[in-house]
Write a protein that binds this ligand. Structure first.
Ligand code: NAD
Ligand code: WQD
Length: 337
């Protein structure tokens, strides 16, 4: 198939582009590079020994979208492009609604005009909301989101679902990711956050490589086994392969929802211990106050993706630590030389 990947230069996008190429698909990427580097795609081309067509453009740029669809016979779209920093979204809600929601509307309008009706969307476990019981299952209703980022994901899910109601030939796959971490086995592509990392795994990796002094663990008084929050971490290569598997769901019209997670929770302390054990590097940490908006513990019921897509996460926490460390050691400053 020929796949348009929006946001394909980013963390999850670049790993997915690689898996698509090695599975025999052709890939066109549209990305404005606001949170990524073209270097990631150059490395993907090297790893796959195959070229990528790249458009540097904003997802809200209808003229650019029109040009992409008129220049290529696109069979399906995988839509990663968006803003993803939860804290920033509280202070800049309009940016998040503009890029994430209006951007998705612009994309689907361009798809409709070009007669492209298959879409896979990067959603998030955050749409289950604050009060859902674990494990999260796809048939639970979307819940109350606590920040504009989460709300934007829930809104886009609704927009896309409405499209499938109105147009019987559309097929939309909503993939709800849990906590993606890790890097490609080669160590040449990985997560490269700008500024201070918001997320746990890149923060640990930057402490290990000497870019940060000490990890703050946000709270150790949660109602969990060791008092720190539990999350369902999954390897980004498994997640990328989940998108290749999800292409089969686009053969059937309608809206299809899948959790992509492992089905297991791991605590912050267990993550630090695993990193130290696998890499033999000590991570200095201190206990800091709870972070606003954090939930104590959640993980996926991952059975639907296994039953219907024959996809399940194959890589474990040790693999995630090993591959994060290989990427961070090879690229201490990320994609910057
Ligand atoms: P990322 O920031 O690395 O990738 C997003 C890409 O989109 C970047 O390359 C960025 O340059 C591009 N982009 C942003 N705004 C754009 C715009 N206006 N026009 C064109 N391109 C634009 O993030 P990621 O971690 O790879 O996440 C990819 C998607 O998955 C996002 O939609 C994110 O919300 C979603 N998601 C991520 C996680 C996670 O933990 N990383 C979890 C759940 C969902
Ligand atoms: C994991 C755990 C922190 C950093 C976020 C978004 C979610 C999705 C994935 C989407 C939490 C703790 C973290 C640190 C810490 N994003 N932590 N010290 O919050 O589960 O999910 O990313 O696009 O929508 O909310 O992931 O990696 O930020 O945090 O103690 O310096 O690590 O408190 O318990 P989170 P995270």
């Amino acid at each position: 198939m020929k796949i348009l990947v929006t946001g394909g230069a980013g963390y999850i996008g670049s790993h997915t582009v690689l898996e698509l190429l090695v599975s025999g698909h052709d890939v066109v990427v549209l990305d404005n590079l606001c949170n990524s580097s073209i270097e990631s795609l150059k490395r993907v081309e090297q790893l796959a020994d195959k070229g990528i067509t790249f458009y540097k453009a904003d997802i809200r740029d209808s003229a650019a979208l029109k040009e992409v669809f008129s220049s290529h016979n696109i069979d399906a779209v995988i839509h990663f492009a968006g803003l993803k920093a939860v804290g920033e979204s509280v202070n800049k809600p309009l940016d998040y609604y503009s890029v994430n929601v209006s951007g998705s509307v612009a994309l689907t309008q361009a798809m409709a005009a070009a007669g492209v009706t298959k879409l896979i969307f990067s959603s998030s476990a955050t749409v289950y909301g604050e009060d859902a019981t674990v494990p999260y299952k796809e048939n639970m209703p979307r819940g109350k989101t606590s920040n504009p980022y989460g709300t934007s994901k829930a809104m886009v899910e609704q927009v896309l679902t409405d499209i499938t109601v109105a147009y019987s030939d559309w097929s939309v796959v909503l993939l709800r990711y849990f906590n993606p971490v890790g890097a490609h086995l080669s160590g040449s592509i990985g997560e490269d956050p700008q500024g201070i990392p918001n997320n746990l795994m890149p923060f640990i990796a930057q402490v290990a490589v000497g870019r940060r002094e000490c990890l703050s663990i946000f709270g150790n008084d949660y109602d969990t086994e060791d008092g720190t929050c539990e999350r369902d971490y999954l390897h980004v290569v498994d997640l990328a392969k989940g998108h290749v598997s999800a292409l089969q769901a686009t053969e059937q019209a309608g809206a299809h929802i899948y959790n992509l997670g492992t089905g297991t929770g791991t605590s912050v302390k267990q993550m630090v211990e695993a990193f130290e054990r696998v890499t033999e590097v000590t991570i200095p940490y201190k206990i800091a106050p709870r972070r606003l908006g954090d939930l104590a513990a959640f993980w996926a019921d991952a059975s639907k993706a296994e039953q219907e897509l024959s996809w399940r996460a194959e890589l474990d926490i040790d693999d995630m630590m090993r591959d994060t460390w290989r990427w961070q050691q090879n690229n201490p400053q990320g994609y910057k030389k």
